[in-house]
Design a protein around this ligand. Structure first.
Ligand code: ZN
Length: 343
């Protein structure tokens, strides 16, 4: 991107009420068959329009065609039985009934590629597309086959790489992998988490990103955040190894979090998507608040590598709140951009 401080979102955005129940994770579809297929395309048109009107520079599909950022991808793979469910603890935080890995996992057909091709026809601007990361995928499953988190992660990385290559071919500019699990399993991240992520991006020529956050603004996450103390130093455990990785960009949570901003220094050289919008509150940030977060980040990241972003996805928020937050992000970025070009 030649524009300074190009804005984007971490990924998901609220869906229109006519396609799925709003303000809910895993919200079931309200349409089916051909109507659902058309409804998904209309939802993509709507989310694109909303992002463009808000002045977002790097647009995304807002995850309008998926029920959930992890499970929808897994549903399309062989080797996972969605009928056979076990209760596991997700990211050491909350229990959920999850599907079981019953055999070798493989991707027989593309998952989001048709959606991406359609979305590409709607805009000439840069598009970012999110996929779950290998470690976050294994954390959302019960494994009765490989019985090794690491082995399963390598297999998932292979399937993600196949999907990513086809997304790149479909014209996607930035492929992002969501790895909230990187903020929980530090030893695994350094042992094999980043290595499997690099397997997922192997051979890609488009830009690649990893999104590491403290989760959606749901109760299990906000309760967990209360146990983390006054300084959140989780990034400190993984950034040094991430800095040496082949990933181009890192998307992280900043505004209203207790992450010390200087930790960004640990990934110096990477492009940084700085979360300047809190997704865990309905309060809409002012442009000045956004600008203040970006200015603080600029102490630790070069201006040409700073990408103003949201802390995480906004799917659980009301649409008008999400729209307001997108506008605030654009307006805040414009203030700092102005300061830079004037200087
Ligand atoms: Zn997130």
């Amino acid at each position: 991107m030649t524009k300074l401080l190009p804005t984007s979102t971490a990924g998901s955005l609220p869906k229109p009420a006519w396609i799925a129940e709003p303000e809910k994770l895993w919200s079931p579809w309200k349409l089916e068959g051909a109507e659902l297929a058309e409804g998904k395309q209309d939802a993509l048109r709507v989310t694109l329009g909303e992002q463009q009107r808000a002045g977002i520079d790097i647009v995304s599909d807002g995850e309008q065609t998926r029920q959930h950022f992890v499970t929808t991808f897994i549903e399309h793979l062989d080797g996972v039985d969605f009928e056979k469910r076990e209760t596991v603890r997700i990211r050491k935080r909350y229990d959920a009934s999850v599907p079981t890995v019953v055999g070798a996992v493989s991707r027989q057909k593309p998952v989001f590629v048709e959606d991406a091709k359609f979305f590409r026809t709607l805009t000439d601007g840069p598009i970012k597309w999110a996929l779950p990361g290998p470690m976050t995928m294994i954390d959302t499953l019960y494994d009765a086959h490989y019985k090794s988190r690491e082995k399963l992660a390598w297999e998932f990385a292979k399937t993600l790489n196949e999907e990513a290559k086809e997304l790149e071919e479909a014209g996607i500019d930035i492929i992002q992998f969501d790895e909230p699990a990187f903020n929980v399993f530090f030893e695994d991240v350094n042992d094999w988490g980043i290595a499997t992520l690099e397997r997922a991006i192997e051979g890609l020529k488009c830009e690649t990103a990893v999104h590491i956050c403290y989760g959606y603004g749901i109760k299990a996450n906000t309760d967990w955040k209360k146990t983390l103390g006054s300084e959140w130093r989780q990034y400190e455990e993984t950034f040094p190894r991430l800095q040496k990785s082949n990933i181009d960009m890192v998307s992280l949570e900043c505004h209203n979090s207790h992450v010390p901003m200087e930790l960004i220094e640990l990934i110096r050289g990477k492009k940084v998507m700085v979360g300047a919008i809190d997704v865990a509150t309905d309060t809409i940030e002012t442009p000045d608040e956004v600008a203040a977060t970006l200015r603080k980040a600029l102490q630790f990241v070069d201006a040409d590598k700073l990408y103003p972003c949201t802390n995480c996805g906004m799917t659980p928020l009301a649409r008008n709140v999400a729209r307001g937050k997108l506008e605030a992000l654009s307006a805040g970025a414009a203030i700092v951009r102005q300061e830079h070009t004037a200087a």
